[in-house]
Design a protein around this ligand. Structure first.
Ligand code: SF4
Length: 402
C-alpha cells in the first residue's frame, strides 16, 4: 500500500473489494451484507445500522471498519498542530450535558476581548497552524465582535487557520445581529473565518435534543447551517455526542442524516464522535459509554459514513489510550496537539494537554501506523518522521546474543 499519495485513495471501494476478509467478518451475515453493499457503491441504511449497534460481534465490526479505513488511507493516520481558545463561557442556554457554560454573574464567567484572544494565541503562534475557537452564546455579542476578532487574528497571524463557531453560535449571532445565517457566515468568512468545527450536533433527533439541550437549534437547523456554510465554500466537520439518553436506533438515524446531508452539500471533512463525560450533577439518567461502546460507535461510523472522508478519535475526550485502540477500529485521525482545552476538561476529561508532535506520532507508530501531519482542510500532508528513540531507555529483550 505504501507509495499511494498521503491523502489516501479515492477509489477505496475497489481496494476494499480486493482485501481478504477476516473470519470475524466472513462468518457474520450482517457484516458480509454491509461489506457487499459498500463494495458495490451503496450505503448502510438505518435498519442495518441499528443491527450493527445491536450485534454482539464487536471484533468483526472493528475488523470491517479497519479494512475500510485501510482501503481509504492505507496505514496513514493524520494529526495537526493546533490550539483551542474559547471566546467565552457565558451562555444564554443551559444544555443539560454542559459543564462549561456559566451564567453572566458567575465568579468564573469570562468573555475575552480581542486583545485577550490574541494574547492567548501568541505563545503558540510559531508552532501551530490552526486555532479552534468555540464558546457560549454571549447575550450581547453580535457579528461585529466576531468580525473584529477574526480580522485581528488574521492580521496578526496570517498563517493560522481559524476554525470557529458551532452551528448554534452561528444561529445566535445571526439572530442577535438581525441578519440571516447566510449573511452572517458570508461576513465572517470575509473577516477571516476559514472553517467550522462541527460541534453541537449532539444527536440529530429532536425528541432527544428536547431532553438534553432544549432551546438549541433543531436537527434540521444544524444540517441547514452546515449546508449554507458548504454553499459558501466553508468546510465543516460534524460531530455526535453519544451516551446521554438516545437509543441505538437514534444513533443510526444520526449517522444516516449526516451521510445524506453530505450527498447534498459535500462539505463535511471529518466526523468526530465523543461520549458524554458524566458526573454526579448533570444528566443523572444518562447512560455511561464503556470502552467497548466508544470503539463500536467509531467503527460503525466508519462503516455508515461512506461519503465523509475522515473519522476522528478525539483524544481530548476519550484520552490517548482509547484513541490508540480506535485507530485500529476505523479512525484515521487523532486530532491535534491542542495545547489548551476547557470544554472536555471542565466535564471531567484528564487527557494531557502537553503532547507535542513527537508524542502524537509515537501514539500512531505504536499501533503500526504511519504519522502524517495535515493542515485543517486536509489539503496539505507531510509524512512525519520522529527523532530516533533513546536506546538506553529500552529493555534489551530484542538484542542478539551471538
Ligand atoms: S453546550 Fe453550548 S449552547 Fe449548550 S449550554 Fe454549553 S455552551 Fe451553551
Amino acid at each position: 500500500m505504501i507509495g499511494t499519495p498521503l491523502a489516501g485513495n479515492n477509489d477505496w471501494r475497489k481496494v476494499l473489494e480486493n482485501f481478504s476478509l477476516p473470519l470475524s467478518v466472513k462468518h457474520d451475515s450482517l457484516l458480509l451484507e454491509c461489506y457487499n453493499i459498500l463494495v458495490k457503491g451503496g450505503n448502510i441504511d438505518v435498519d442495518l445500522g441499528t443491527k450493527l449497534f445491536e450485534s454482539p460481534n464487536l471484533s468483526g465490526i472493528s475488523a470491517l471498519a479497519d479494512l475500510i479505513k485501510k482501503s481509504r488511507f492505507d496505514d496513514y493516520v493524520y494529526f495537526n498542530d493546533n490550539l483551542h481558545v474559547n471566546t467565552t463561557n457565558i451562555c444564554v442556554l443551559a444544555c443539560r450535558f454542559c459543564a462549561f457554560r456559566k451564567g453572566p454573574r458567575h465568579s468564573e464567567a469570562y468573555a475575552l476581548s480581542v486583545e485577550e484572544y490574541l494574547h492567548r494565541i501568541d505563545p503558540f503562534s510559531d508552532i501551530i497552524d490552526e486555532v479552534h475557537s468555540v464558546g457560549g452564546l454571549h447575550p450581547d455579542w453580535t457579528v461585529e465582535y466576531y468580525e473584529e476578532l477574526y480580522r485581528s487574528a488574521k492580521k496578526t497571524y496570517p498563517h493560522i487557520h481559524i476554525k470557529s463557531l458551532t452551528a448554534v453560535e452561528v444561529k445566535h449571532i445571526a439572530s442577535r445581529s438581525g441578519i440571516s445565517v447566510k449573511e452572517t457566515l458570508s461576513r465572517l468568512k470575509s473577516a477571516g473565518l476559514d472553517s467550522l468545527p462541527g460541534g453541537g450536533a449532539e444527536i440529530l433527533v429532536d425528541t432527544v435534543r428536547d431532553r438534553i439541550c432544549r432551546g438549541k437549534e433543531s436537527s434540521a437547523e444544524y444540517l441547514a447551517i452546515h449546508e449554507i456554510a458548504h454553499g459558501l465554500g466553508i468546510k465543516t466537520n460534524c460531530t455526535m455526542l453519544f451516551g446521554t439518553v438516545e437509543t441505538l436506533r437514534e444513533r443510526a438515524i444520526h449517522l444516516h442524516k449526516l451521510r445524506n446531508q453530505q450527498d447534498v452539500s459535500q462539505g463535511f471533512q471529518c466526523f468526530v464522535p465523543y461520549p458524554f463525560l458524566p458526573d454526579k450533577t448533570r444528566l443523572p439518567e444518562a447512560q455511561l459509554a464503556s470502552l467497548n461502546e466508544i470503539i463500536r460507535v467509531i467503527a460503525i461510523s466508519r462503516i455508515m459514513l461512506d461519503n465523509i472522508p475522515h473519522i476522528k478519535a478525539y483524544r481530548m475526550n476519550i484520552g490517548s489510550y482509547v484513541a490508540s485502540i480506535a485507530l485500529n477500529s476505523g479512525a484515521d485521525d487523532i486530532d491535534g496537539t491542542v495545547n489548551h482545552e476547557e470544554i472536555m476538561h471542565e466535564a471531567g476529561s484528564s487527557a494531557r494537554l502537553d503532547s507535542d508532535s513527537e508524542e502524537l506520532a509515537k501514539i500512531i507508530e505504536n499501533v503500526n501506523s504511519i504519522p502524517v501531519k495535515r493542515n485543517t482542510t486536509y489539503s496539505n500532508f507531510t509524512r512525519y518522521r520522529r527523532k530516533p528513540d533513546d536506546d538506553s531507555r529500552r529493555l534489551p529483550i530484542a538484542q542478539s546474543t551471538s
